[in-house]
Design a protein around this ligand. Structure first.
Ligand code: C5P
Length: 224
């Protein structure tokens, strides 16, 4: 199992991880772990069951037996199901991202999801997307990337994405959301958002998606 290569891609909300991970994984023919989706699903499940976002014991129990599946769609992309219900859209809202970041600050929740995340490590390789992939979940990953971009640039990207989906948001509100989420993710006691010591940081503020993909693939080739 330890011979299966892992590429970790960590970074703050809106740094472009999702898109980059998708393209890079396709190029390499590797699996994807979208760890943020797991925290988002726990948040949706907690809301459904009326569990407070700081009730670590109940949240941890919930995360431990989380009945969540990712179903690959024929035309690409994945459908996310929670207890049989399609929550693919519900987990992608900005509110759910904020709720996930509150849920993710709980120690028991992180512990409960650790093994589940490691189980995604399947041949021929894994691209792991998150906040603590290189620091906690896969510390022995052969290549680690940390993607950053200014809060304003990240908010602009989110704005575009959410607008395209027809969701009603303002840029000002998104900048505030992103700053609040960054602060919570960077300052929490458990697995705070930070680059692993051996990660390569790429600032994507002034780069196109293609340029970032090329840089990431160059890192992978160099490490191989
Ligand atoms: O990446 P995404 O925006 O889907 O993540 C939602 C939230 O889940 C993040 O703001 C973060 O608080 C939390 N998260 C985490 N650790 C991960 C992935 C996500 O704490 N590995």
């Amino acid at each position: 199992m330890h011979n299966i290569p892992v590429l970790t891609i960590d970074g703050p909300a809106g740094s472009g991880k999702g898109t980059i991970v998708e393209h890079v994984a396709k190029e390499l023919g590797w699996h994807i772990l979208d760890s943020g989706a797991l925290y988002r699903i726990v948040a949706v499940a907690a809301e459904k069951k009326n569990i407070a976002f700081d009730d670590d014991d109940r949240l941890a129990a919930l995360a431990e037996k989380l009945d969540a599946v990712f179903l690959p769609c024929k035309g690409g992309g994945v459908e996310v199901h929670l207890e049989g219900d399609d929550v693919s859209e519900a987990i992608r809202t900005e509110d759910c991202g904020c709720a996930a970041s509150k849920v993710a600050a709980n120690k028991g929740v992180r512990k409960a999801l650790l093994e589940r995340q490691r189980n995604y490590l399947l041949s021929p390789g894994l691209v792991a997307d998150g906040r603590d992939m290189g620091t906690v979940v896969f510390p022995n990953a052969f290549a680690k990337i940390f993607l950053t971009a200014s809060a304003e640039e990240r908010a602009k990207r989110r704005f575009k994405q959410l607008n395209e989906k027809g969701l009603n948001v303002t840029l000002a509100a998104l900048i505030l959301d992103i700053q609040e989420r960054d602060l919570r993710d960077m300052n929490r006691a458990e697995a705070p958002l930070k680059a692993a010591d051996d990660a390569i940081t790429i600032d994507t503020s002034d780069l196109s998606i293609d340029e970032v993909i090329t840089k990431v693939l160059a890192v992978v080739r160099e490490k191989k």
